[in-house]
Design a protein around this ligand. Structure first.
Ligand SMILES: NC(=O)C1=CN([C@@H]2O[C@H](COP(=O)(O)OP(=O)(O)OC[C@H]3O[C@@H](n4cnc5c(N)ncnc54)[C@H](OP(=O)(O)O)[C@@H]3O)[C@@H](O)[C@H]2O)C=CC1
Ligand SMILES: O=C(CO)COP(=O)(O)O
Length: 353
């Protein structure tokens, strides 16, 4: 795909769209929307960054090699952004999500479409972003977007597919029409909780996979980690009400494959650095971008123990990262644990002899 493509003319279908968050993924989505001929109100909190993007078309800190084209307006005025936009995409880390929405709750309009791009969980009460949207701005129509969507590939117009999950069919259709183009396909799902949980949970297994690569594990091991990760994350999500079939789709196994096999994933890179013996604080400082899996791991470990869901990879990674356990000891205990059934929908997890 050429990167010198001129923006499409959306004509009468052109919409005013907001992207909140000037990081890697906000930039990637602003670029797709701008190229699709929409007027993009690209909100970020740092005035110097907004000024730089306005002047050069380049978000130097997060995407230094990417030029944003089309009708893209970097801004720090959130009230004005919300006032002008038909649809709002939110791309800030989970830690910042509620405060951002809550502080501006009265500025959203009735029926406005608000879509979370965030792949994380709120610490207080294990809330997902769709739940925060429902609590803070129930007057709006919400959805979540998730899938194998490495920002570094999308900005190069590399072929990508994603999933819009929303209960309201019109929200699904609006988002498909806004984002879909020759290199970006948008599939639909109604299982909002499942799609969103899949996006948050896979970050944990991306850390595990990066760690495995650092230890020179082979392809058999990588396939085992991805597949057992899928079993574990779907077991957990289904116990919380998600549809197991969602995990067969792009937001489940699709995103798991992309992030567990690519060093373009920040979570994978965190795992790789841990596997090389580096300290977590130092890794996070050097990364300079969010790796949600580090925080999700803590929350999922606590939740899985409180509801009694067996998640050996979560437990093992938690012991390595937060309790200083030896990586080899954890691997040995995982490999020597009781041997269970493969697909739990065919045989129960523990087969009686
Ligand atoms: N990058 C990717 O490939 C993908 C990321 N995602 C998800 O999107 C979300 C955002 O990720 P991404 O853009 O990559 O993260 P980055 O770390 O690249 O950027 C984070 C952005 O959020 C902003 N931010 C942080 N805290 C606040 C706050 N309190 N108020 C306002 N803005 C804030 C940062 O601003 P500042 O620079 O001023 O600190 C920055 O613009 C994450 O949940 C991630 O999992 C989903 C799909 C793909
Ligand atoms: O979610 C992502 C791709 O689908 C991005 O993963 P990272 O946050 O690990 O970079």
């Amino acid at each position: 795909m050429p990167d010198n493509a001129t923006p499409n003319d959306a004509g009468a279908n052109s919409k005013d769209v907001a992207v909140l968050g000037g990081g890697s993924f906000g930039t990637a989505m602003a670029k797709v929307l701008g190229e699709n001929g929409h007027r993009v109100h690209f909100w970020m909190r740092d005035p110097a960054q907004a000024e730089q993007v306005r002047k050069t078309g380049i978000n130097k800190r997060y995407m230094p090699d990417v030029v944003l084209k089309g009708d893209i307006h970097p801004t720090t005025d959130l009230a004005d952004t919300l006032k002008k936009s038909d649809v709002v995409f939110v791309a800030v880390p989970a830690k910042a999500f509620r405060a951002l929405i809550s502080e501006h709750r009265d500025e959203f309009h009735d029926g406005q479409v608000v879509v979370s791009l965030t792949k994380g969980i709120e610490q207080q009460g294990f809330k997902l972003m769709s739940e925060i949207l429902l609590e803070e701005i129930p007057r709006c129509r919400s959805g979540v977007l998730s899938g194998p969507n490495l920002a570094a590939e999308i900005v190069n117009r590399e072929l990508t597919a994603t999933v819009i999950a929303a209960k309201d069919p019109e929200v699904r259709q609006i988002v498909q029409e806004l984002l879909g183009c020759e290199y970006f396909r948008v599939y639909a799902n109604v299982d909002v909780y499942g799609v969103e949980l899949a996006g948050a949970l896979k970050n944990i297994y991306a850390i595990v996979a990066g760690l495995g690569t650092a230890l020179n594990m082979g392809e058999n091991a990588r396939a085992m980690l991805i597949t057992r990760g899928l079993a574990e994350m779907s077991r957990f999500a289904v116990s919380l009400g998600a549809n197991p079939m969602t995990f067969m789709g792009l937001a489940g196994v699709g995103d798991l494959i992309a992030t567990c096999t690519s060093n373009k994933s920040r979570n994978y890179r965190v795992g790789y650095a841990i596997g090389k013996g580096r300290q977590l604080d130092e890794i996070v400082e050097e990364l300079g971008q969010v790796a949600e899996g580090i925080y999700t791991l803590k929350l999922v470990r606590e939740k899985s123990e409180s509801i009694g869901i067996y998640m050996p990879l979560v437990r093992g990674l938690y012991e390595i990262i937060y309790e200083g356990a030896s990586i080899n000891a954890v691997i040995n205990s995982l490999m020597m644990a009781a041997q269970n059934s493969d697909v739990e929908f065919i045989l129960p997890r523990t087969i009686s002899q």
